[in-house]
Write a protein that binds this ligand. Structure first.
Ligand code: XMP
Length: 321
């Protein structure tokens, strides 16, 4: 009989046994899996764990603070934040192709993370790398033949070739809902435990066209409004996720305030899903859609239209890219 607290006790004991008196590094993405994996290891080995959080500048509003403030307050974990925003923007300059964006973001991410690892290794004997691998990830990566590579997914903490680490993967036997329960048991904030899926390349793949600092700022504002309204309507738990997409290369004529505008549209992409392999577009209540649309066009000057994506997956993917 598996209870959440018995999973926690068993994993903490295993981690202690594996790491002994060694030191461990964990990359935090802001997502559930790495947060729960790190919290388990922190419970097992205390401040011999150091977490690394890379701010690539493609985060949503408030996400860095959630990690730096809320997560640290809840766990007491030792955290190093690397501010790599300028580096990512420079690398993405002029790039519009989605796969190229993904490759650049993945590559830069690994470089920045490896540098942080080297810096830590210079300070102490860090021999272990914590990863939030879940049971479905284990099954999926064993899949090999026949799995179509539709998009090159990347996640935090790829294993560098030239740095020797032993992997610690305390979530390898768990499904997502169990991971959330473990996170709650460990006292993690709701904003992290119940977070909806968010792609590793972040807002970089929700801007259709070149990624710039200005465009990121526009999208961050629109996304924050949509999330606020969905949460206050109590819908954030029932939908799978609702990407907000900026069609940065599209402009259309509008009328806002006293005059004509020539602004950008944003797309709302609310979906319902079990596992993200297939998805249905969510029939959001009209009054919620209206509040989101009114607020975005009032509060984000560069946006003069809000449109709704009513495509299922397939044929559409969840993200636009
Ligand atoms: P698509 O767009 O392929 O998305 O229908 C399926 C789910 O995966 C998320 N997603 C990612 N998650 N790294 C991730 O960890 C990624 O690179 C990535 N790309 C897409 C997407 O948000 C959706 O939940």
């Amino acid at each position: 009989q598996w209870t959440t607290s018995s999973i926690v006790d068993e994993q903490v004991a295993r981690i202690r046994e594996q790491i002994g008196d060694g030191k461990a590094i964990c990359g935090l993405s802001g997502g559930v899996d790495s947060a729960v994996a790190a919290a388990l290891v922190q419970r097992a080995i205390g401040d011999r764990l150091t977490c690394v959080f890379v701010d690539h500048g493609l985060l949503r509003a408030g996400e860095r603070a959630q990690v730096e403030r809320d997560y640290v307050a809840a766990t007491g974990v030792k955290l190093v934040t690397v501010d790599a925003r300028d580096r990512f923007l420079a690398a993405l300059s002029g790039v519009t192709d989605p796969e190229e964006k993904r490759k650049i973001i993945g590559r830069e991410f690994i470089r920045v993370f490896e540098q942080a690892e080297r810096d830590l290794k210079a300070e102490g004997d860090y021999r272990f790398l914590v990863q939030g691998t879940l049971y479905p990830d284990v099954v999926e990566s064993g899949g090999g033949a026949g799995t179509a590579n539709i998009k090159s997914h990347h996640n935090v903490g790829g294993l560098p070739d030239d740095l020797q680490f032993t992997l610690v993967e305390p979530l390898r036997a768990l499904f997502k809902d169990e991971v959330r329960r473990v996170g709650t048991e460990l006292g993690l904030p709701e904003t992290i435990v119940q977070r909806q899926p968010f792609p590793g390349p972040g807002l970089g793949i929700r801007i259709i066209g070149e990624v710039t600092a200005e465009r990121l700022e526009i999208l961050r504002k629109a996304d924050a409004i949509a999330r606020e309204e969905l949460t206050s309507a109590g819908l954030d738990r029932s939908i799978w996720q609702c990407p907000v997409v900026l069609l940065a290369d599209v402009r259309s004529v509008g009328v806002q305030g006293d005059g004509r505008t020539y602004g950008h549209p944003v797309v709302l992409r609310p979906v319902s899903s079990e596992d993200a392999m297939t998805a249905d577009w969510t029939r959001l209540p009209y009054d919620v859609l209206e509040r989101i649309s009114t607020r975005i066009t009032n509060e984000v000057a560069e946006v003069n239209r809000v449109v709704l994506d009513v495509t299922s997956k397939p044929p559409g993917t969840i993200e636009w890219e």
